[in-house]
Design a protein around this ligand. Structure first.
Ligand code: ATP
Length: 93
C-alpha cells in the first residue's frame, strides 16, 4: 500500500483502500505509521449495531477474538478508541 501524503489517519494507522464490506461496516487496509506494517481495520457502524440490538454480541465477538491466536484465524491486535460513535479494530491482513 502506498501511503499518500495527507492520507487520513486513525490513531497510529494511515488509512488506505477499502478491502471489503460486511453487514456492519467496512474493512480498510492501513499501515502502522511507526512500523510500516500492514493491517486490516474494521470500522463498524455503531448506529446499525444498536438498532439491531446486537451490541452485546459484538462486544463478545471482540473479547473472544482478542483471546484467539491461531494460524487459521485472523488475529485481533487492538480496539481503537474513537471520538465518533464507532467500534474499530485492527487485525493482520
Ligand atoms: N483481515 C482481513 N484482510 C483482508 N481483507 C479482509 C480482512 N477482514 C475482512 N476483509 C474483507 O472485508 C470483507 C468484510 O469483512 P467483515 O468481517 O466486515 O464481514 P464478513 O466477514 O462478511 O462478516 P459479517 O458481515 O457477518 O461481519 C471481507 O469479505 C473481506 O473481503
Amino acid at each position: 500500500m502506498a501511503a499518500s501524503e495527507g492520507a487520513m489517519r486513525m490513531g497510529k494507522y494511515e488509512m488506505g483502500r477499502t478491502l471489503g464490506e460486511g453487514h456492519f461496516g467496512k474493512v480498510r487496509l492501513a499501515r502502522h505509521a511507526d512500523t510500516g506494517r500492514a493491517f486490516a481495520i474494521k470500522i463498524l457502524d455503531r448506529q446499525r449495531i444498536l438498532a439491531m440490538k446486537i451490541d452485546e454480541q459484538i462486544k463478545t465477538e471482540i473479547a473472544t477474538l482478542k483471546l484467539l491466536k491461531h494460524p487459521n484465524v485472523v488475529r485481533l491486535y487492538e480496539r481503537l478508541p474513537q471520538a465518533r460513535p464507532r467500534y474499530t479494530w485492527s487485525s493482520s491482513t
